[in-house]
Ligand binder design. Structure first.
Ligand SMILES: [Zn+2]
Length: 272
C-alpha cells in the first residue's frame, strides 16, 4: 500500500499537470466509494496537498471544495494527453475527469481498496480516518513526549498504534518496520519512555525521508503516475527481509503476525 513517500511522490508529479485545469465532465464507478468523483465537474483544480496517505485536490467552485483521493492498495492516477485517450470501459477504471483542454485524468484501482470523495473544503466527516488524522511526521507537534503519552493512554502494541494514523499520519507497514528497526524498539511493546519515543520520532522521519529521496518503495504494485517504480526497496534494512541477516548485528531477522499485519524485526537488536 502506498505510504507517505509514495503518495507525496505522486502528488509532486501531478501538481504541475493538473493545477489550473478545469473539469468539464466526469464519470465514476457506481460504488459510493467512488461515485462522488462526478461532483468535481465545473471546478478548477487550484492546488494539490497531501495529508498522511490522502491526496487533496483543491477545487475552485462556488463553495470551495476538495477532491480527496486515497489510493488504497492499487490505486493509480494518470493524466492522459490529448490523443492518448484512455479506455473509459476499462474494468479497473473507477473514475475519470475530462479537462476543458481535452486531457483526461483517470483513477484505476484493481483491488478497489481506494476511495474518492468530493467534500466541502476542510470538511472530512465523510472520511473518518482523515478527519481524525494525527500530525504530519515533520509537524513540531509530533514529539517524543506526545508519542509516549499516546502509547501510555492506549493499550495496543506500539506498531499497531503507528499504523492507526492517529499518533502520526502517513506511516504504514514498510516505514513502521524500518523506523522501529532503526530505533531498536520491539514492535509489540506497549510501553515507551520519552527517551525512546524521541528516538523513534527521529527514525520515523529518517525512514520516510529515505522513501521520499528514492521516489518511493516498490515491492509489488507501486508505480508513480508515470508508471515508473521507486528505488527505496534497495535501501530497506528490515521490511521484507525476514530470514536475512540483520544489517547491524547479523542475527537472522524474523517475522510474526501482529494484529493481523506481518511484522519483521531483529530478535537481538529489538529484544523486548
Ligand atoms: Zn540486529
Amino acid at each position: 500500500m502506498p505510504e507517505l513517500p509514495e503518495v507525496e511522490t505522486i502528488r509532486q508529479q501531478l501538481e504541475s499537470r493538473v493545477v489550473g485545469a478545469t473539469i468539464a465532465d466526469a464519470g465514476a464507478h457506481w460504488s459510493d466509494k467512488f461515485s462522488s468523483a462526478i461532483d468535481a465537474v465545473g471546478g478548477e483544480i487550484a492546488g494539490t496537498r497531501r495529508r498522511g496517505k490522502y491526496l487533496l485536490f483543491e477545487l475552485a467552485l462556488e463553495v470551495p471544495a476538495e477532491l480527496v483521493v486515497h489510493l488504497g492498495m492499487t490505486g493509480r492516477l494518470t493524466v492522459h494527453a490529448v490523443g492518448d485517450e484512455p479506455d473509459l470501459d476499462h474494468p479497473h477504471l473507477r473514475a475519470w475527469w475530462r479537462f476543458t483542454d481535452g486531457r483526461t485524468f483517470t483513477f484505476h484501482d484493481t483491488r478497489r481498496f481506494g476511495r474518492i470523495a468530493v467534500v466541502d473544503a476542510g470538511n472530512y466527516r465523510a472520511l473518518p480516518t482523515l478527519d481524525h488524522l494525527g500530525p504530519e511526521p515533520w509537524d513540531p507537534a509530533f514529539t517524543g513526549r506526545a508519542l509516549a503519552a499516546f502509547v501510555k493512554r492506549s493499550n495496543r502494541h506500539l506498531k499497531t498504534i503507528l499504523l492507526a494514523q492517529r499518533a502520526v499520519a502517513g506511516v504504514g507497514n514498510i516505514y513502521a518496520d524500518e523506523a522501529l528497526w532503526m530505533a531498536k524498539i520491539n514492535p509489540a511493546t506497549r510501553r515507551l519512555s520519552v527517551n525512546r519515543a524521541d528516538r523513534l520520532v527521529e527514525t520515523i522521519r529518517t525512514a520516510l525521508q529515505s522513501g521520499l529521496d528514492h521516489g518511493g518503495t516498490t515491492l509489488r504494485d507501486y508505480v508513480d503516475s508515470d508508471g515508473s517504480t521507486g528505488a527505496n526497496q534497495h535501501e530497506l534494512h528490515c521490511y521484507g527481509r525476514s530470514g536475512s541477516p540483520c544489517h547491524r548485528c547479523a542475527t537472522e531477522l524474523r517475522h510474526r503476525v501482529l494484529d493481523a499485519r506481518t511484522t519483521t524485526y531483529c530478535p537481538t537488536c529489538q529484544a523486548r
